[in-house]
Structure formats: C-alpha cells, structure tokens
Write a protein that binds this ligand. Structure first.
Ligand code: 2AM
Length: 186
C-alpha cells in the first residue's frame, strides 16, 4: 500500500452553488433537448482551477494559498448555454461573467503561483479561464430550447475532491473559504 504521504487525490477549486440552486440549474439543463448524460444536481459546480493529482503536502500548500485570497461576494446570472464540441459537453454560464469572478480566479491563481509554484497543474501551459457549469456529457445532438435566468449569489469558494464511491462520481468538499470583504449593496 502506498504511504499516506504519497497518495495523490484528484482535487480542484470551484464555486459550489447551494443545494436549491443546484436543483434549479439541473432543472434548467433538463429543458434543453440534447441527449447525452446529465450531471447529477449534487455535482453541479463551476471550476476555478483544476489541480489534478495532488499529494497531501501539495494540498496543504494549495490550502494556505487559497486562505490568502481576498474577494467580495457578487451575483452571477446564469442565463446562457453552450457546447464544447470536442468534449461533447453542454454547459450553462452567465451571459457576461462578472469582473469579480475573473478577479477571484486571478487572485487564486496568483496565490498558487506565489506559494506553490511546483504544483503540477501550474507547470502546464496556461489555459484561459472559461467560466461554465457542465450539465451534460456525451452530447448526442445540438441542444435546443431555452433556460430561465438563475441568480447565483457567490460568497465563497471551495476545494473539492473528485472520487468514485460505489460506482458513483462524488465531489467531496474538503475546505471552504467564505469571502472576506463586505459585499457592495446596490
Ligand atoms: P468541467 O467543469 O469542464 O466539467 C472535476 O473533474 C472538474 O474539473 C470538472 O469540473 C472538470 O471540468 C474539471 N477538469 C477535469 N479535468 C480537467 C483538466 N484536465 N483541466 C481543467 N479542468 C479539468
């Protein structure tokens, strides 16, 4: 058996909508005729940064970096859908992603680069951040239909582990960081 320090887990940073919002987003996805396999409501999230196979020491480093991120809560209106053709993925996204979302993703990436530059994911070519929530995989045809606008109040981010349990894909929350700055009220 590998030593506990050598075990690598598949980790990623993400925004996780609260339970009822995940149900609403899953319902929106069901309104789009596209075939394929639904992502269950419990797994709906928006990835901020994918760490991939991560050792415990690297995880602690990533957690320390994440803890240093300062951000302000913001609202995101999920109103658009689209497809990653090659991956066969249907996604939902905001019409225009708020600047606060890009600022948050940038702040997280900068903190990871500063504190844990040797994380494998950071040594790979940098892909642009494309905010999306994957709602269906293995699409069979072009999606048709429309979705309602779903308002998402984002007030923190988390570190998740992707794991298989009893044949099911589970995303387990390992740690959460509520945003530290007071929201701007409109
Ligand atoms: P997705 O959001 O497009 O579905 C857990 O696997 C999460 O990490 C999923 O949300 C998935 O993307 C994302 N992910 C998986 N593999 C990835 C990779 N190699 N690069 C970036 N993100 C990845």
């Amino acid at each position: 058996m590998p030593h506990a320090q050598q075990v690598k887990r598949r980790l990623f940073f993400a925004l996780l909508p609260e339970f009822h919002l995940r149900q609403q987003l899953a319902q929106s996805a069901q309104q789009l005729a596209a075939g394929g396999r639904f992502v269950p409501a419990r797994n709906l999230h928006m990835t901020l940064f994918f760490l991939g196979a991560t050792s415990y020491a690297q995880q602690l480093c990533a957690e320390r970096a994440a803890a240093s991120v300062t951000a302000r809560p913001f609202t995101m209106k999920i109103s658009r859908f689209g497809v990653f053709k090659r991956a066969g993925v249907l996604w939902l996204a905001p019409q225009t992603a708020p600047q606060a979302l890009f600022d948050l993703q940038n702040a997280l990436l900068s903190a990871l680069r500063r504190d844990c530059p040797y994380l494998a994911a950071l040594t790979q070519p940098n892909k642009p951040f494309v905010p999306h929530i994957t709602v269906r995989r293995k699409l069979r045809h072009k999606p048709k239909g429309s979705i309602p606008i779903t308002s998402w109040w984002v007030d923190g981010f988390c570190l998740l582990e992707s794991t298989h349990e009893e044949g099911m894909l589970i995303y387990r929350v390992l740690k959460q960081w509520p945003f530290k700055i007071a929201p701007v009220r409109e």
